[in-house]
Design a binder for this molecule. Structure first.
Ligand code: GLU
Length: 443
């Protein structure tokens, strides 16, 4: 098997296309096949090398690698050669109509209640007419003559699919300036690089009908390439995925502290009935199969992703995370805070709270209690038993319990109302800082 992921380097990778990349990668790896990264960069105005580099970086972050990679702008000769064949066969024909003319024709057809399909008037043009126009400085663009048929395939996600070609206008494959369009370059690449399967978004279904027709015009045996279309993502409430979420960039998620294993696990389970399990792509290979995916759209819910991220963080060992922790953070720190993190980035905040100088709000109404707490602070060294010994004694002396006992202490020690278990966190603060903070809070 040979699959490819073909992003256009016109922007950063977002969750929608990361899911397509992951699905192709998982299928390729599961079959022991090849995974190709192809940059669809024929739109030279919008494509930028920085984006290609960023896409590679983001894919690696997500845990994906590739066996081959190339950019379409490296293959212009191959497209020229394929175009020459289609021209010789009469399947690619020159057109001269301007945008305005085409719009006028479309509107006319619509007024007559006919579908606004291109009428192929250019096919009536004689060689002399064309030559004269070219001599007058006009440049033709080229359309592919679609077959009068319905293209059918067995989609690996959507099941049997059919696209009727007659109501579709012959697609332009080459612009007047000689540049090639994606519809064509993608077909030539898929054939030349011997791709065996194409997995992409459902928005490409009509495209697939058209592209299969072009592939067969270029000599492909029917059915040689398998197609699978992933149903589109929707918002948590089932409406069309909002721009904000749909364009949620992997860079942003990474900056926010989402772990690649959480994102990969979430994306791999999207649209299936399986509960997402966090894991790097290599760990997800065995559990992934296109036929587990539903034909209907999948909900992308950032709160579920966050919940998965949280569960994942809570289960990580110090060894697994130490490279990501702030300097000086040791295993005791990690075990104290991991159960309290939504995002890895919050570990830094807790580290600052433990060892830095957090803002401690004064609690004038608790002053007496806090002074008593200060006086009762156990001697160093501190360990996991210190907190309970201290608070048990304080409870007995003051008659306080529960929130009345614990909340003023937590606030005084951390400046926060919620946080890690103090049994583990107090030794990280240490006696000296605890003393200062209690004094500060007592005012
Ligand atoms: N560059 C195309 C896109 O990003 C690729 C689609 C395909 O997989 O053929 O939509």
């Amino acid at each position: 098997m040979k699959l490819r992921f073909a992003p256009s380097p016109t922007g950063y990778l977002h969750v929608g296309n990361a899911r397509v990349a992951l699905a192709n990668w998982l299928v390729a790896r599961k079959s022991g096949g090849t995974f190709v990264l192809r940059f669809d960069d024929t739109d030279t105005e919008r494509s930028k090398p920085e984006y290609a580099t960023a896409i590679e970086e983001d894919l690696r972050w997500l845990g994906l690698d590739w066996d081959e990679s190339f950019a379409q702008t490296e293959r212009l000769e191959a497209y020229e050669a394929a175009a020459a064949r289609l021209k010789a066969d009469g399947r690619l024909y020159p057109c001269l109509e301007s945008e305005e003319e085409l719009r006028f024709k479309r509107e006319q057809r619509q007024r007559q209640g006919r579908p606004p399909v291109y009428d192929r008037a250019a096919l009536q043009m004689t060689a002399e007419q064309l030559e004269r126009a070219i001599a007058n400085g006009k440049k033709p663009y080229w359309r592919f003559k679609l077959s009068p048929r319905t293209v059918e395939w067995q989609d690996h996600v959507l099941g049997h699919r059919a696209v009727k070609l007659p109501p579709i206008s012959d697609p332009v494959l080459i612009r007047a300036d000689g540049s090639f369009l994606y519809t064509f370059t993608s077909v030539v690449d898929d054939l030349d690089t011997a791709i065996t399967g194409v997995i992409r978004g459902e928005d490409h279904v009509t495209n697939t009908g058209v592209q299969i027709d072009i592939m067969e015009a270029l000599g492909m045996r029917p059915g040689r390439i398998d197609f699978a279309h992933l149903p589109l993502l929707t918002d948590a409430d089932g409406s069309q995925l909002s721009k904000r979420i749909g364009s949620m960039g992997l860079r942003q998620l990474r900056r926010d502290g989402i772990e690649p294993a959480a994102l990969a696990g979430y994306l791999a389970a999207l649209g299936s009935s399986q509960d997402p399990v966090a894991g790097m792509p290599a760990q997800l290979v065995a559990g992934f199969a296109l036929d587990k995916l539903s034909k209907s759209s999948a909900r992308f819910d950032p709160t579920q992703l966050l919940a998965l991220n949280r569960r994942y963080l809570h289960g990580l060992s110090f060894e697994q995370v130490k490279a990501q922790l702030p300097e000086g953070a040791d295993e005791a720190f990690w075990l104290a805070v991991r159960g309290n993190l939504d995002l890895m980035s919050e570990a830094r905040d807790w580290h600052d709270i433990a060892t830095g100088a957090p803002e401690i709000p004064p609690q004038p109404d608790q002053a007496e209690f806090l002074r008593a707490a200060l006086a009762a602070l156990p001697p160093a060294p501190w360990d996991e038993t210190t907190w309970s010994a201290w608070t048990r004694a304080l409870g007995a002396a003051s008659g306080r319990k529960g929130k009345a006992l614990f909340l003023p202490l937590r606030l005084a020690l951390t400046g926060e109302e919620h946080g890690p278990e103090l049994k583990l966190f107090l030794p990280l603060i240490g006696r000296e800082r605890a003393e200062q903070r209690l004094v500060q809070a007592a005012g």
